[in-house]
Design a protein around this ligand. Structure first.
Ligand SMILES: C[S@@+](CC[C@H](N)C(=O)[O-])C[C@H]1O[C@@H](n2cnc3c(N)ncnc32)[C@H](O)[C@@H]1O
Length: 216
């Protein structure tokens, strides 16, 4: 699992930046306030950041501009190629994913991702959050932005709404991938040893959640 959706992104890579800027009506609301979402992650981040699933490098770019030290991981070679064009010449983007990644060369006090966590099943999410807790320095944070739903009913309603709008691609996406429920993520974060948990809704689909490592 984990890399099961990779071909979607390899095919989507060239057009991805147009989507996040609202090119496709079906995904307009998913990417509403995209830049503000990334900027909020940057504001919350400390100096030594690990980023998963960097895509074309939009969040990485903002993190580097804010003078963060970034260890960037992305499994799609097409996405890595596009990110390399956007990012500074000698910046390395590593081949890796949410579950398997190279060891960071420096300590990590913040782990971030945007629009990525739903590639894992709930069980896999729980496992990796425990690993991230181990990876982080004391007081370190996990800060993820992704599509999430407050309940199963809210998830179903969103699929129904997309169906009524005739958004076949979005309906297929919502049915295929593992968009989590907030209470499930809350419990997984707690079980993984994170405290000071917070969830903030950024648009109709996307929330940013945050947890702090307060014990070893
Ligand atoms: C919707 S894009 C988000 C890209 C970028 N983070 C952004 O906010 O624009 C999802 C990215 O996650 C990557 N991805 C897919 N499966 C993954 C996995 N298991 N672990 C890490 N990244 C994954 C894809 O290749 C793609 O670049």
């Amino acid at each position: 699992m984990g890399r099961e959706f990779l071909n979607v992104f390899s095919e989507w890579a060239e057009e991805y930046d147009a989507y996040v800027q609202g090119k496709d009506q079906q995904y307009k609301e998913v990417f509403a306030d995209y830049d503000r979402i990334l900027e909020e992650i940057v504001e919350k981040s400390s100096d030594n950041v690990m980023e998963f699933g960097i895509g074309t490098g939009n969040l990485t770019y903002k993190l580097l501009n804010a003078e963060k030290n970034v260890f960037a991981v992305e499994p799609s070679s097409q996405m890595r190629e596009l990110a390399n064009k956007k990012l500074p010449e000698h910046f390395m983007v590593y081949d890796g994913d949410l579950q398997q990644y190279p060891t960071p060369p420096h300590k990590i006090d913040t782990i971030v991702s945007s629009y990525v966590f739903h590639h894992l099943t709930d069980e896999e999410k729980s496992i990796v959050l425990k690993q991230y807790n181990q990876l982080l320095t004391f007081g370190g944070k996990v800060i993820f932005a992704d599509t999430m739903f407050i309940s199963e009913a809210a998830y179903k309603l969103m699929i129904e709404e997309a169906m009524n709008m005739g958004y076949a691609e979005l309906v297929e996406d919502l049915n295929r991938e593992h968009y989590p429920l907030l209470p499930v993520v809350y419990e997984a974060l707690k079980q993984a040893g994170f405290s000071d948990l917070s969830f903030r809704q950024m648009n109709k689909f996307v929330w940013i959640f945050e947890g702090t490592k307060m014990s070893y």
